[in-house]
Ligand binder design. Structure first.
Ligand SMILES: [Zn+2]
Length: 343
């Protein structure tokens, strides 16, 4: 049964791609990403997402909380076997009443969380992860140093252009005007382009995030409109969803602080919504790609975009942030503070 439907959808995917000549030369990369929180019961959702990806020939970037990787090691290994890219997503994030907060934790604490998660994911998958997404997108400048020191290459946590208005967990404006195209992070301010080893791939947003929760709450027509608005300025799109969104809430174990509206919307039926969204993306000429592919340096790759870019970013709350052209010294003025840093 699975074989039949997979074949059907793969054919459909190919047929849809056949309708694309009008977008020839304008293929737009998008990143289909999955955040695997430490939620027992959600492994069923991850299995479903792996099948979904196979049907659409999607390669995903999968961020896994360390404890999940430890508990479901064979499933994480299977993710790698199917060609997906595996990163880390905190240590116990998803199962805690007071979540890991990378905005405020000390360097030593953050490094511990990253190290534990890295080891758990490496033990499960056999591959050392180099991509990171902070729990709840709560990231700080200290995180950049900790990631560099643990050998990471990519981050996808800076919530540029996002403000949840109380629905989700991102209602702070500090990083609202951070670049939306890939850029090298600076350890003095996350809105600054710097010369750290870490390339930022911001999760896409147009006030609300381009994720499964927005799709569930605001619906497909609004998501389509948001995607159109975003790609006008920046052709690369980063979407994310959680395995727990595709499993009924009563079959999973959540901490008490999980919001009621979120739990009520969890259902296997969400796969049909996701199907409609992916179909739309394929028809619009978006082609899924892995973060690691962007290391190729090919024209149009994230690495290329990141190395070419010299534009500056503005912090709306604290004033302009400037990188000095032609110098390896980056200078940033944030409010009354002047930061000078090499790169
Ligand atoms: Zn998460």
């Amino acid at each position: 049964m699975k074989g039949d439907s997979s074949a059907g959808l793969s054919e459909q995917s190919e047929r849809l791609r056949g309708l694309l000549p009008r977008y020839a030369g304008a293929v737009r990369p998008w990143h289909f990403t999955i955040d695997v929180d430490w939620v027992p019961g959600s492994e069923v959702g991850l299995e479903g997402l792996l099948e979904f990806c196979d049907r659409w020939n999607l390669k995903a970037t999968i961020f896994v909380a360390g404890r999940f990787a430890e508990a479901y090691a064979p499933l994480i290994r299977e993710c790698g076997r199917r060609g997906h890219e595996i990163g880390t997503h905190g240590w116990e994030h998803g199962g805690l009443e007071h979540d890991e907060d990378f905005r405020s934790a000390s360097y030593a604490r953050q490094r511990d969380w990253i190290r534990l998660a890295t080891e758990a994911v490496e033990n499960a998958s056999g591959v050392r992860p180099v991509v990171f997404r902070a729990p709840s997108l709560w990231i700080g400048e200290t995180t950049v140093r900790a990631l560099e020191d643990e050998g990471y290459q990519y981050d996808s946590s800076v919530p540029a252009r996002r403000f949840d208005c109380g629905f989700g967990r991102v209602h702070y404006l500090k990083y609202f005007r951070a670049p939306t195209e890939p850029y090298r992070l600076s350890s003095s301010h996350l809105c600054l382009r710097g010369r750290s080893a870490i390339i930022e791939m911001a999760p896409s947003a147009f006030l609300f995030p381009i994720n499964m929760a927005t799709l569930r709450v605001l619906g497909l027509p609004v998501m389509k409109w948001m995607v159109r608005r975003i790609v006008r300025r920046s052709p690369r799109l980063v979407f994310y969803c959680h395995p727990y969104e595709f499993v009924s809430a009563h079959q999973q174990t959540f901490p008490h602080n999980m919001s009621t509206w979120n739990m009520q919307g969890m259902s296997p039926k969400n796969f049909s919504l996701l199907h409609a969204f992916v179909e739309h993306m394929v028809l619009r000429g978006h082609e899924s790609s892995l973060f690691a592919d962007s290391l190729s340096g090919a024209p149009g790759s994230a690495y290329d975009a990141c190395e070419r870019s010299g534009a500056t970013a503005i912090d709306p709350l604290n004033g302009p942030v400037t990188a000095l052209a032609g110098s390896d010294i980056a200078e940033s003025r944030v409010g009354t503070h002047l930061f000078r840093s090499r790169g």
